[in-house]
Structure formats: C-alpha cells, structure tokens
Design a binder for this molecule. Sequence first.
Ligand SMILES: Cc1cc2nc3c(=O)[nH]c(=O)nc-3n(C[C@H](O)[C@H](O)[C@H](O)COP(=O)(O)OP(=O)(O)OC[C@H]3O[C@@H](n4cnc5c(N)ncnc54)[C@H](O)[C@@H]3O)c2cc1C
Length: 373
Amino acid sequence: MTIAIAIVGAGLGGLALARVLHVNGIDAVVYERESSRGARGQGGMLDLHSGTGQQALREAGLIRQFHAIARRAGQDLRLLEPDGTLLLQEDTPDDAPLERPEVDRGDLRDLLLDSLPEHAVRWGHALESADNGTLHFADGSSATYELLVGADGAQSRVRPLLTDARPAHTGQNVVELGIPDIDRTHPDLAAMVGRGNYWVLGNGQSLSAQRNGDGRVRIYLSFHHTAEDWFATSGIPFGDPAAARVRLIELFAGWHPRFTALIAACDDTVLPRPITTLPVGLTWPSRPDVTLLGDAAHLMPPVGQGANMALLDGALLGLALAAHPDDFPAAVKEYEREMFERTSAAGRQSARIQDILASPDASRKMLAFFQPA
Ligand SMILES: Cc1cc2nc3c(=O)[nH]c(=O)nc-3n(C[C@H](O)[C@H](O)[C@H](O)COP(=O)(O)OP(=O)(O)OC[C@H]3O[C@@H](n4cnc5c(N)ncnc54)[C@H](O)[C@@H]3O)c2cc1C
C-alpha cells in the first residue's frame, strides 16, 4: 500500500506535522524507531516561545492544553559567576504573560501523541534507507510513499537524499547529571537553584541547572574549546558514576563550593553529550517527494531554539500541504522557502549565543545580552 505522506521520526517536529495534517483531514503515517512511547526518557525542560513553538501549538489546536501543562515560574533566571557573585535574578510574577514558559519534554510529546489517532504512529520502525519511493526498515519490512518527510533528528537517515551536509562537532562537550526530588533530598540546594534556570558561566566552562516538573533538577556541565574525542581523554569514568562525580568536581576546582555541592548531590545518571551542529543557513535544491524538518534540517547548538523551530516547521509544513492537497511539490517548495529563511536567522542567533557562552568573561557578556544598555 502506498502511504501518501510518510513521516520518519515521532519527535516534536514529526508529531506537530502529523497533528496539523490530522486536523486538516489529511492522512499520514509516522514511523518511529523506538518500540513504544515510553521506551526512552524524553529528557528535560523546554521553553516554548510565544511566536514560534507556541504558534505551532496554536495551529495544531492544542494551545489551551499546552497552557495547562506549562510552568510560568520556569521562566525564572539566575545568572552567577564561578566565585558565587549573583549578576542577575529575574523572578516571574504570577500574572506575567506566558512568553517563554517551560514544559517537560515528555509531557509535550504526550500531548501531541494523545491528539493523534492510535494508528498514526508505527512504533518499532527504524528507517535504514529510502530510495525511489520506498522506505526500508531495520526489521526487513518496507513501505512506499508519495511524500517523505525526514523528522528523524540529528542523525537523519533521510537527509542524505537531499544534501551531503553532516553534523560537525562544535568544540563543546556537555555532561548531563541530575538531582532527584530535590525539595526533599536537598532543600538548601533547591532554594539556591530556584524555580527555573540557574546559570553559572565561567571561562570556557559553565554549569546550568534547571528545575523539572517532577522535582528533578537537571544539571548540564559544559566544557568549551574541547575536542571531539575529549570524553575519552577527560578522565571522567562514565561507567562509575561516583568516581565520575569526583572527577567532575576536580574539573570545577576553584569554583565556589556551593556549585560543586550541586555536582556531589547528583544521582548515578552521568551522560556524555557531545554537541554537534549543521552548517548555519543549510539549504538544498527542492525535490518534489522528500523534505526535512527540525534537527534533521537545521541542527543548532542547544540554546533554546531547536524544539521551537522543529514544532513550527511541522505545523507550517502541515498547513502548506493542507493548502495544496493535490500538489505536494508546490507545498514543499512553499514550506522550504519560509523554513530556510526563518531557521537560518535562528541558527545565526543561536551561534551568537553559543559564542558568548564559549568566550572568556561569558557571564558579563551574557548579562549585557539580557540587559542591553
Ligand atoms: C541537552 C539539550 C537541551 C536542549 N534544550 C532545548 C531547549 O531548552 N529548547 C529548545 O527549543 N531546544 C532544545 N534542545 C534542542 C531540541 O531538543 C531539538 O532541537 C528538538 O528535539 C528537535 O526535534 P525533532 O523533532 O527535529 O527531533 P528529535 O526530537 O530528535 O526527534 C527525532 C525522532 O526521530 C526518531 N528517529 C531517529 N532516527 C530514526 C530512524 N532511523 N527511524 C525512525 N525513527 C528515527 C527518534 O527516535 C526521535 O523520536 C536541546 C537539545 C539538547 C541536546
């Protein structure tokens, strides 16, 4: 059977597309490599911006449901220096507009999944390759399509149909850790981190902590100007979490003890996350039967734009297809024209923030970014 629209990847972008198509009465099938919706933890918090990520949810008819799971206080921000100096504290008033509320990524994905018919997502379908209108899956099955949408993230298997571009390492390596149930286990650290984002920016290194809806605080330790193989040479024993925490505390020698106390309080989740990106402004000659969205199209540094862009890509591609239900190539062209321009601008802005984070005196520069003269 030929599927008119095959979407590979049930991440936020692929699901936003499926939802907007569904609302407009257009059938699509999402092929996802994970075996079920709960197969893998979905990670931390996302802030959804009113003009992009939230706009996508508006188009998807889900903004009211989003407001019910969004956390206004998650917009709080504290910016500090490694010696403990507090540079900026922004506490969100109870009646503040929902400009950039935080949401648990898992809750948002569930919201999108629950808005689709059961059969819309085919779990356990890992795409191996696609050619001449046929998808080949790892389990040996195949499917044919009229239009293929690669929503399969950073390591997209669909991308090579359109471009030779590959993600490249940015010189940033991140270690993710976390403190479970922080209010009960470490109330002092809970008060220090606050309700939202807590950033400590040093020279080439940073620590960010973020409160999640379930009471976990996720901690990201960033090491800038480090090589692609840095995890292998850093002396962090990822297989031995207690020893890994000791090594990480060593790497933060000279920082105020309250920051290393955060590392010491973490549980045994210690995850290496090398940061890679696609070239800013990547485009490709439009093809009538294949396109990309989200990280597959424009992988950016993780500074708050990626999920927002993926959601809006999905919604806008869905609207373009609904406007041209008998002319997919025209819809793809219209979508790509807007997407290339919008995501290039977001990519440039993300690269600028990334440069600030990696620079000496990052904390002062970030303060100036938040409070321009
Ligand atoms: C540490 C970190 C923090 C971040 N924080 C933020 C933030 O605060 N705000 C923000 O806007 N962005 C953030 N981002 C970026 C954001 O996570 C991504 O940009 C966003 O998830 C992209 O969505 P997507 O749908 O394109 O891809 P993904 O969310 O990666 O989804 C891709 C889906 O495709 C599936 N898949 C992959 N390969 C195959 C295959 N071969 N066959 C079938 N299925 C496949 C995957 O299993 C997955 O379900 C962060 C990223 C990182 C790494």
